[in-house]
Design a protein around this ligand. Structure first.
Ligand SMILES: Nc1ncnc2c1ncn2[C@@H]1O[C@H](COP(=O)(O)OP(=O)(O)OP(=O)(O)O)[C@@H](O)[C@H]1O
Ligand SMILES: Cc1ncc(COP(=O)(O)O)c(N)n1
Length: 282
């Protein structure tokens, strides 16, 4: 039997299924990777707002991590919402024990709805403890600004931010996402070599709930399958573009992206079908 690759997400939840752990698991599945999840915080939220957040007790997060790692070592890991310093340090300890597993850090700080998902006091800790362990860090403009303590609004500033995330803060690679920037949706990728600009047409839509989660989850799945970082990010970009292009008009606020969008016809879409691990084409 062929080996099935596995990916682990460590993140918060979204009961409406567009963001957080739910979006991550759907994305892993779409890329033919077996998904696992450790819940950091249960978030009562929908397409309009966050209503209540319950952080899991630290022992519960520790036990969930132990249950996964004692039994099934993931081929790649991503983190999303990690609200507190204590959680960051615990997760950092696990990452230290498994330095060879690719780790994608989506530094979730604020939801599309504007609600705060990470305590402000944790910002220094994410910089110190998690970014240096990241194979890839994927901030949007606001997150990059908060991490680097300066305003980042232009393509030039995004480029310098991507370089500083690598050379100053210590990530192995960075994608600074320009979803909130210009006419085009351009992201800047840097891994210490040549700077790459990943550009797709901007889709005029308000249905962007969970774009960051979905993008980083797809990249994680591709890394789990052994793709190169640039290939993983490029495929993630094409996937998220299709998911936004076919965004779903659900709920009264910012609806979710369409996790099966890339399978639909008519998308200006360059995604290859993924090879099923049992040998068939999906
Ligand atoms: N309207 C859009 N049309 C096309 N691509 C988009 C659009 N909005 C975002 N993107 C792309 O989606 C990906 C996620 O970017 P974004 O900047 O929205 O991240 P994010 O802010 O973390 O996500 P979220 O809005 O979920 O918090 C990036 O590749 C970005 O370029
Ligand atoms: C648990 C959780 N994690 C991340 C996000 C950010 O996603 P978005 O900004 O796309 O709403 C979210 N809303 N909820």
């Amino acid at each position: 039997m062929k080996k099935v690759q596995t990916a682990l997400t460590i993140a918060g939840t979204d009961p409406t299924g567009g963001a957080g752990i739910q979006a991550d698991l759907k994305s892993f599945e779409e890329r033919c990777v077996y998904g696992m999840s450790v819940v950091t915080s249960v978030v009562a939220q929908n397409t309009q707002c966050v209503s209540l957040i319950h952080h899991q007790p630290i022992e519960m997060i520790d036990r969930q991590l132990a249950c996964v790692f004692d039994d099934i070592q993931p081929d790649a890991i991503k983190t999303g919402m990690i609200a507190t310093e204590e959680m960051m340090r615990l997760i950092g300890d696990y990452l230290t024990k498994y330095p060879d597993i690719p780790y994608v850090l989506d530094p979730v700080m604020v939801a599309t709805s504007g609600d705060v998902l990470m305590e402000e006091s944790s910002r220094a800790v994410i910089r110190e403890v998690l970014i240096p362990k990241a194979t890839l860090v994927t901030p949007n403009l606001k997150e990059a600004s908060l991490l680097l303590d300066r305003s980042i609004t232009t393509l030039e500033e995004m480029t310098q931010a991507a370089k500083d995330l690598v050379h100053v803060l210590g990530a192995s690679a960075a994608v600074v996402k320009g979803g909130h920037l210009t006419e085009e949706a351009t992201d800047v990728f840097y891994d210490g070599g040549v700077v790459h600009y990943l550009t797709k047409e901007r889709v005029k839509t308000k249905h962007t709930h969970g774009t960051g989660c979905t993008y980083s989850a797809v990249i994680t799945a591709e890394l789990a399958k052994g793709q190169s970082m640039l290939d993983a990010v490029s495929l993630g970009k094409a996937f998220i573009h299709a998911a936004i292009f076919y965004g779903i008009d659900l709920g009264r606020g910012n609806g979710p992206t369409n996790h099966f969008g890339y399978r639909l016809k008519g998308v200006p879409n360059d995604i290859n079908t993924c090879q099923d691990t049992r040998g068939g084409e999906v």
